[in-house]
Design a protein around this ligand. Structure first.
Ligand code: CU
Length: 208
């Protein structure tokens, strides 16, 4: 009887190691692909090591504009311009400032709270970046074709979240049940976006 229980336990462990892949595509109601949409899965028992990321500055713009990381992520802000930048955020999920600097600050900024962090530059008013900090190891950002792939998701039940900085409405979440080994599932979301009018780039000197 004891041996039987052990065998059942081992079978359950083997099942838990099976991983699924979720493909989520995001389009507008008119069918245009939506890039830079953040997709993440909320599930029970998610364990992960915080990710790391870089948000650079080049030609007085942030790159990338949208970043998704897991909570606790360490993010570097390398300045690849000859001019200085002053990177900051007043967002509730992370308030910080990296005073006027060149090169790459030695210390990363740690995003220790889930939420959306909007980042600007105090010198160049038009510069904007967004960091979606999620309590999950399963996340992705849509490419130019509107598609995302989230791989190595253990079998289980998940809530699927979609967010975009230019979304008109926050989408309702959807639930997905991912089962067994090597399952590939596809989901489609419709999200209408309204990009803001671009802020005028001001003529600036060689120093700033
Ligand atoms: Cu700047």
């Amino acid at each position: 009887m004891r041996a039987f229980a052990a065998a059942v336990f081992l079978a359950a462990l083997a099942g838990a190691s099976g991983a699924a892949q979720l493909s989520v595509s995001v389009h507008t109601a008119r069918g245009a692909a939506v890039s830079d949409a953040v997709v993440w899965l909320e599930g029970i028992g998610a364990k992960y090591n915080p990710s790391a990321a870089e948000i650079g500055q080049r030609d007085r713009e942030f790159e990338p504009m949208v970043t998704v990381v897991s909570t606790g992520a360490r993010v570097l802000f390398p300045n690849r311009d000859k001019v200085k930048h002053h990177v900051y955020s007043f967002s509730a999920a992370k308030t910080f400032a990296i005073q006027l600097y060149s090169g790459t600050p030695a210390e990363p900024i740690v995003f220790d709270k889930a939420g959306v962090v909007v980042i600007g530059c105090n010198i160049h008013d038009w510069m904007l970046a967004y960091v979606a900090v999620v309590d999950s190891p399963w996340f992705a950002k849509s490419a130019a074709d509107g598609r995302t792939e989230i791989a190595n998701v253990p079998a289980g039940r998940y809530t699927v979240h979609v967010w975009h900085p230019y979304q008109k409405l926050q989408l309702e979440t959807e639930t997905v049940e991912l089962a067994t080994i090597q399952t590939r599932r596809e989901m489609k979301f419709t999200l209408d976006i309204a990009p803001p009018a671009p802020k005028q780039r001001q003529p600036v000197g060689d120093t700033y």
